[in-house]
Design a protein around this ligand. Structure first.
Ligand code: NAP
Length: 261
């Protein structure tokens, strides 16, 4: 037991400074990214920090986010913070911790992406999972946007972005993704509603299609899949966010600049 406690204290001493050491620069813009421990979210953190931004890099389990902690250890402008989309009190607490901190860009990247699987096939829908998909993919980004709206108003750029999936010709062309697709369709509607609500305050809302990005070790040699490298997808989305203007607020655009709606 004694040894165990010692190990816990040693871990805390090693990990805590990484999580709290960040030094934001007052003359740099600030971005908050959700789900930033891996995949597309991690690449957003990497590219924004390389460009000199202050980054609030959130994820569910900072203590397990080895790559992100390593990146933050090398860059004092990255702070790693815990944020679970299912934990609304935790989201409010994080917003309160950053009270007064301008946030120029909020990237609602985190999401539950899964399929095809039985619980998502019409005829055998798993309704507990239905609820979970909606709470993570739709209510989660909405809650984060509401909580950080005061911070966005203080920022210069004032952009809220969220990552969605395609529809129609851009959609997933096989069955078995019902919950994923419908929860993202709800997110699309929420984005439009936020755009209507916040237009007068110059807060811009953009819904982004990242393309098909191989974040889970997919075989990228299959040309028919039209995979987009994560570096290219994120670079494209950052450039869209950079130039986004209020007259386009509420619209959906693909990583390469193609308007979807
Ligand atoms: N990759 C694509 O081709 C593609 C295409 C269209 C749209 N998108 C969207 O782009 C976004 C990022 O995709 P990705 O490929 O990077 O996905 P990913 O590799 O599956 O990463 C998902 C991220 O979301 C986090 N997350 C899941 N549930 C969460 C919760 N309850 N609270 C907080 N964080 C949570 C994960 O955290 P843990 O590590 O803790 O699980 C992880 O950081 C997603 O919204 C996805 O739907 C991706």
């Amino acid at each position: 037991m004694h040894q165990f406690l010692k190990a816990v204290v040693t871990m805390a001493v090693l990990v805590l400074p990484v999580l709290t050491q960040a030094e934001f620069r007052a003359d740099s813009p600030t971005v908050l990214v959700t789900g930033s421990n891996r995949g597309i979210g991690f690449e957003f953190v990497r590219q924004y920090s390389a460009a000199g931004w202050n980054v609030i890099a959130t994820c569910r389990s900072p203590e397990k986010a080895d790559d992100l902690n390593a990146l933050a250890a090398d860059n004092a402008q990255i702070v790693v913070e815990p944020l679970d989309l299912l934990d609304h009190e935790g989201i409010d607490a994080l917003a309160a911790k950053y009270d007064g901190q301008p946030v120029d860009v909020l990237v609602n990247n985190a999401g539950l992406m899964r399929g095809p699987d039985k619980g998502q096939i019409v005829g055998s829908i798993d309704y507990d999972e239905f609820d979970r998909f909606f709470r993570v993919n739709a209510a989660g980004p909405l809650k984060v946007s509401e909580a950080f709206y005061p911070h966005l108003q203080k920022g210069d750029k004032k952009v809220v972005a969220a990552l969605t999936t395609g529809k129609g010709k851009k959609g997933i062309p096989v069955p078995g993704f019902t919950l994923y697709k419908t929860s993202k369709a709800a997110l699309d509607a929420i984005q439009q509603e936020m755009a209507l609500r916040w237009k007068r305050r110059d807060v811009k809302v953009v819904t982004l299609l990242p393309g098909r990005v191989p974040t889970r070790g997919e075989d990228t040699s299959v040309a028919a899949m039209n995979y987009v490298a994560v570096e290219d997808s994120v670079a494209g989305m950052i450039s869209i966010i950079d130039d986004y203007s209020i007259e386009h607020s509420g619209r959906t655009i693909q990583w390469d600049g193609e308007w979807i709606d």
